[in-house]
Design a protein around this ligand. Structure first.
Ligand SMILES: *[C@@H]1O[C@H](CO)[C@@H](O)[C@H](O)[C@H]1NC(C)=O
Ligand SMILES: *[C@@H]1O[C@H](CO)[C@@H](O)[C@H](O)[C@H]1NC(C)=O
Ligand SMILES: *[C@@H]1O[C@H](CO)[C@@H](O)[C@H](O)[C@H]1NC(C)=O
Ligand SMILES: *[C@@H]1O[C@H](CO)[C@@H](O)[C@H](O)[C@H]1NC(C)=O
Ligand SMILES: *[C@@H]1O[C@H](CO)[C@@H](O)[C@H](O)[C@H]1NC(C)=O
Length: 353
């Protein structure tokens, strides 16, 4: 059949509306279609070309879909079992994607290898929430020059928490504005310093932060543009909270300040941190109180000792005094005894009658 192509072609030139010619065009088109990767959609994904969104839900795949269309602006992969994000996981035949949003939540991701997001230099938002990250390479986020938001809610295991600081400490992330770390059982800000980022918003909601020390508070004052969300943390409202308390009240860097509640001590549970009195967080006050109790104790002990000493030194006199009392008692008893005998004598009673 192919041998006659040339003939068909020349026939086309002569009579455009020839049936054979139409048939030829159709065949060519059909042959062409599969080669046009533009319209291909990865298996088990839904592709919406108009909006640029590719959604891949649940599936047996243990890797990121390999044949993402070039027009993709938003890629959502969820419910898969991707334990490792490998180097260049989103590079397709060495071509870079223009994607701006990448959501990889709930994929059981445990390890992010170096250069995992290579080629995504247009990416604005990266959502890695609800994974079980154990290891994040220091070069994991390399190349994400345009990244604005990084979401790691409910995703960090302790080992990864320790690595996060160095993973974020890269020139690549100089545009990072928003970092979400809700629900990660964090006890402090897991960053060594905040001044290397262009960070505006740090979400630390629902962690295990009891307080910030001086070091962290000073660091926060220095980064005037940063806003830190801190509700749903178990604040320990003793005098060690002082620096943090004034930061919350003074700095207006904590937009959800009204929702920070004390969880310790028992007596202050549920009280908003903002409503604490100055005395509640004043270490001088607390120390003075402790000192005054100690002082009172010492005074009482001294009084006790003096009393015992007096007793001891007067032991002769006391003995005499006790003897006197005993004698007096005995005399009294004898008197009573005598009277009793008299009262109980029946003859005497009869005489009386
Ligand atoms: C996920 O995949 C790994 C191997 O890649 C396998 O060992 C593990 O059992 C899988 N987990 C689930 C929940 O399917
Ligand atoms: C990637 O390149 C290989 C060979 O270089 C080719 O066979 C394949 O079709 C390409 N895939 C895509 C999606 O371009
Ligand atoms: C992360 O958690 C915060 C606080 O709960 C929430 O506002 C935000 O929308 C979450 N981000 C994602 C991507 O789920
Ligand atoms: C916050 O405090 C912790 C523990 O004291 C410290 O390791 C960390 O570097 C501090 N982070 C900032 C940003 O000050
Ligand atoms: C701000 O904090 C300081 C202590 O660091 C305190 O003396 C001052 O009264 C606070 N200002 C306000 C308006 O609360």
């Amino acid at each position: 059949m192919w041998i006659f192509h040339r003939g068909d072609h020349s026939m086309c030139l002569f009579s455009v509306w020839n049936q054979w010619c139409l048939c030829y065009a159709a065949v060519v088109c059909l042959l062409c279609l599969p080669v046009r990767t533009d319209d291909a959609c990865p298996s088990s994904c839904i592709c919406a070309r108009d909006s640029g969104i590719v959604t891949c839900r649940d599936g047996e795949d243990t890797e990121v879909p390999g044949d993402i269309p070039e027009w993709t602006s938003t890629l959502i992969v969820t419910g898969r079992n991707i334990s490792t994000l490998q180097r260049g996981a989103f590079m397709i035949n060495g071509t870079e994607l223009e994607m701006t949003t990448l959501s990889l939540s709930s994929n059981g991701i445990q390890v992010i290898e170096p250069y995992a997001f290579l080629g995504l230099h247009r990416l604005h938002l990266l959502d890695l929430s609800h994974n079980q990250l154990e290891s994040i390479s220091a070069r994991a986020f390399h190349g994400l020059l345009e990244l604005r938001s990084l979401c790691l809610n409910h995703s960090l295991l302790p080992a990864a928490t320790a690595q996060l600081s160095s993973a974020l400490d890269t020139q690549s992330l100089r545009n990072l504005h928003r970092l979400e770390l809700a629900g990660n059982r964090l006890k402090s800000i897991p960053l060594v310093t905040l001044d290397i980022y262009n960070l505006h918003t740090l979400v630390l909601i629902n962690n295990l932060i009891e307080s910030f020390g001086w070091e962290n508070v000073t660091n926060l004052y220095e980064q005037r543009n940063i806003r830190v969300y801190l509700s749903l943390n178990p604040f320990r409202c003793n005098c060690e909270l002082e620096a943090f308390y004034y930061w919350v009240k003074n700095s207006s860097q904590c937009p959800d300040a009204g929702r920070l509640l004390c969880s310790e001590p028992e007596a202050k549970r549920g009280i908003p941190v903002e409503r604490l009195r100055k005395e509640d967080v004043d270490c001088m006050n607390e120390n003075l109180e402790a000192v005054s109790y100690v002082f009172l104790g010492i005074v009482l002990a001294l009084i006790g000792v003096v009393f015992l000493m007096v007793l001891y030194l007067n032991r002769g006199g006391i003995k005499r005094w006790l003897n006197n009392i005993r004698e007096a008692c005995r005399d009294q008893m004898e008197v009573y005894h005598y009277r009793y005998e008299q009262d109980s004598d029946p003859r005497l009673a009869n005489v009386a009658v």
